[in-house]
Write a protein that binds this ligand. Sequence first.
Ligand SMILES: C[S@@+](CC[C@H](N)C(=O)[O-])C[C@H]1O[C@@H](n2cnc3c(N)ncnc32)[C@H](O)[C@@H]1O
Length: 546
Amino acid sequence: MNFYKQAATAIDHLDTKQGSVKGSIAAAGLGSGANGKEGKRVLAYRPILQPLSDSLKLLDVERKIFPQKVPTGAPSSKNLLLVLLHDLLFSKDAKIQASDKWPPKMAVMRHATRLKAELVKLQIKKGLTNKESFEMEGGNIAAMIPRYVRCNSNVVDHATLIEHLTSGPKPFKLVETPSYPPEPQTFFRDPHLDELLVFAPSTKFDQNPDYVNGGIILQDKASCFPAKVLMQDWDGEEGEIIDGTCRAAPGNKTSFISALMGNEGKVHAFERSHQRFKTLEKMLGRASCKNVAAKRADFLESKPGDFAKVTRILLDPSCSGSGIVNRLDYLLEDAEPEDDDVKAERLDKLASFQLQMIRHAMKFPAAKRIVYSTCSVHKEEDEEVVLSALECPEARDYGWKLAPRSQVLPSWERRGITEHLNGDQGEKVVGGQIRIHSAHQHPYWTVLADGVIRCVPGEDHTNGFFVSCFIKGDASGTTDQKRKRSTEEDEEDADVLSADGEVGAGEDEAPEATAISSRKQKKNKRKKKKKASSVTAAVLQSTDGQ
Ligand SMILES: C[S@@+](CC[C@H](N)C(=O)[O-])C[C@H]1O[C@@H](n2cnc3c(N)ncnc32)[C@H](O)[C@@H]1O
């Protein structure tokens, strides 16, 4: 009885916007244990329970038990009814856990048969296979995001993990063709990331031995991208890594980097928050990361000269988190949009901090690859930060440019938004090294946009996410030895690519660069040989001090 009142109070709290979902549940005294989870489940089903209650006019028919005006401190009738309906229709035992003589329970039970029949009708109408699928209704995008399992090669190899998953008392079935959302008890290999396996959204792993021993890491697909892009073509001899903002819990990007390095070499993991750092070592231990040196330190206060061997840096700094789809967010009724000025100011502050982090990373002497990512969908924190970074003094002084698509998970179709990158569409000095004229939308911006990744919740089976990569010199990860071996080939490519500055557009729109004209003769000879994919690199090369 008490639980129902508390759960209803939590929803009242939420409806009057007195706090977040978590805060409201805590404020109603539900805690974070089983009762807290129950409270959340009620919320998740509200989009279906509310119309059901309305269609049977329950509040009206039972107005004596569920009056419109309730005594101070009591939960609203509307939400008390909702939590009772939840337990009757969606709880494991399909029962209201209260005395049969409790009037609210008696009132609901008077309509139980009709309620159950209405629910079945609705289920058939919507073509749903089971009642639980209602949770995915009502725009509940988060509930549609598959459960992604990253195989942590620090603990278990891929083949062994698949063998474990497909055997045992409750085996999963490995299906060859991806289909979203995956069917319960099945999984498939992720089409973009070798390390990922894709399961039905509600699949539980908390008792799975591979999860318990750290072989399975539950990590959203998009959040695997930054480490993957950072470590492209890593050969183990190149140098060391910095994760500038690693966060103790979950710290998944850090442990993915560690695994992609074969648990060898060195990752310097920075986390400035005392609280988060405390659990960092525990988390790294669980993921068996032997090559991570954790530091409770502010990355912005690190001295680049002290990290002479660091060649790659991951920056996943604090952001608005606007891409994270909280399965409960949409339950807030009539949520008022944030005031435009307040939002602009907040994003402005975040963007300045994010830019500061990138500028600092650009100063590391041996760095040649910086991956910048956010779980935000706001252009202010994504493309616009990238543009500002390309225009900052550090980019100019050290020669940083944006990596082309070929180095940033090329198989991922959704790229950046060109309009967010073309600024005032006028003359631009990018990296201080070249002047770009763009009376119209110049292909340059399109190519920049193509170099970054976006993920859109509800469309890409992930949370909202953004990934970009800055490179300097030969940032492909090739070592000096490798580079020597391929020098001739690279030089030839570079000549051709530099000369291809017009990117398929009219020459009038090509970036001005004196070096380009001297190479045009070579270009004309070789142009036919080049594939369309050289376009990206061509423009980027042309921004690099030609
Ligand atoms: C978005 S989270 C990083 C998530 C992490 N990459 C992961 O995969 O779990 C950002 C983290 O950066 C930390 N942070 C923010 N500014 C920092 C700084 N200047 N130096 C080190 N850590 C910082 C925050 O405390 C926060 O834990």
